[in-house]
Design a protein around this ligand. Structure first.
Ligand SMILES: NC(=O)c1ccc[n+]([C@@H]2O[C@H](COP(=O)([O-])OP(=O)(O)OC[C@H]3O[C@@H](n4cnc5c(N)ncnc54)[C@H](O)[C@@H]3O)[C@@H](O)[C@H]2O)c1
Length: 301
């Protein structure tokens, strides 16, 4: 449950605003894009798969015939694709960027550029994308960047000696590192780029494909079934999981550098803002991660 009564119907009018949502073909990203469009924003669904992205586009167009939505190709696990997307989309003003796409606890894989897949997709891809879209964000009157993190950031550690899991790879370890990197990035972006309000969002536990992809890739049919059952029993819907991202992207009272999320993590007196792990406030680590990310991606800002 997110902030007692706050619901998608509380999103303010977004007419005239332009938004990009990564990984918008499913789960939390789909509902984030749907609700932004429902409230008048012009929304770009930034998706890896043309087929799944096209299906999501059609679903939104069917639900909202007057919506201003478009599909664009983006593979965060390929910096050439990130650059091509930014070249294509960066020419227009951008009010809201939601860095939502992600993979969780998958077997060891590499991105097109040779990075560990979870760190490469969840953090480095979004780091490069945000930097390349910065001129478009700066052209907006009150630009906002939302980066989606997770409870698993609490278990995360940035291992600068083995960022790519070459010496030791653990599926959950790599996910935790990537989600802590998302938080460190969201806070550091807010400190570095004064014109942009950068915040993090934490969905809580929502039933999506996220929990099924890792076991499926590993051929673990039993774990996949178990995850599906747990999703059915314990998780909130993907639409509810999108509420923190939507709040972070649209509420007028968000605070740069803060994280918005489910009630069980909310701070007293700060109804929508949630605690973040102490590791996320290590500015020395955030600075070093930024420098390493610039070096690895070749995107400096
Ligand atoms: N579902 C949860 O309980 C939960 C909890 C905490 C955090 N999150 C975070 O929420 C975000 C959304 O996940 P979800 O739960 O909706 O899962 P999901 O699997 O439905 O959505 C993930 C999206 O990311 C996209 N994606 C994956 N790799 C990509 C790539 N290389 N390039 C472009 N897009 C790519 C997928 O195609 C998909 O659309 C993720 O960042 C995830 O870490 C989810």
């Amino acid at each position: 449950m997110f902030k007692g009564g706050w619901r998608a119907c509380d999103i303010p009018d977004l007419t005239g605003r332009r938004a990009i949502v990564t990984g918008a073909n499913s789960g939390i990203g789909y509902h984030t894009a749907l609700e932004l469009a429902r409230h008048g924003a012009s929304v770009v669904l930034a998706c890896r798969s043309a087929e799944r992205g096209g299906a999501a586009l059609e679903r939104i167009r069917t639900a909202l015939p007057d919506a201003d939505v478009a599909l664009a190709s983006l593979d965060l696990a390929d910096l050439a694709s990130v650059r091509a997307f930014a070249d294509d989309q960066g020419g227009q003003r951008l009010d809201i960027l939601v860095n939502n796409a992600g993979v969780m606890a998958i077997p060891r894989r590499r991105t097109a550029d040779g990075f560990e897949m979870q760190f490469g997709t969840n953090h480095l891809g979004h780091f490069a994308l945000t930097g390349l879209l910065l001129p478009a964000l700066r052209a907006a009157p009150a630009p906002r960047v939302v980066t989606v993190t997770s409870m698993l950031a609490w278990a995360g550690r940035i291992d600068f000696d083995d960022l790519q899991g070459e010496r030791r790879y653990g599926r959950w370890r790599a996910y935790g590192q990537s989600k802590l990197a998302n938080l460190l990035f969201a806070k550091e972006l807010d400190r570095r780029v004064a014109e942009v309000t950068s915040v993090a969002a934490h969905p809580g536990y929502a039933a999506t494909n996220l929990q099924l992809v890792g076991p499926r890739m590993a051929g673990e049919r039993f774990t996949e079934r178990l995850m599906k059952a747990a999703n059915g029993l314990f998780a909130q819907s993907d639409a509810d999981g999108a509420l923190p991202s939507l709040y972070a992207a649209t509420a007028p009272d968000v605070r740069g550098g803060a994280c918005y999320g489910p009630r069980f993590l909310q701070q007293r007196g700060l109804p929508t803002q949630v605690r973040t792990p102490p590791a996320a406030d290590r500015q020395d680590v955030a600075r070093r991660l930024w420098e390493v990310s610039e070096k690895l991606t070749g995107v400096t800002y």
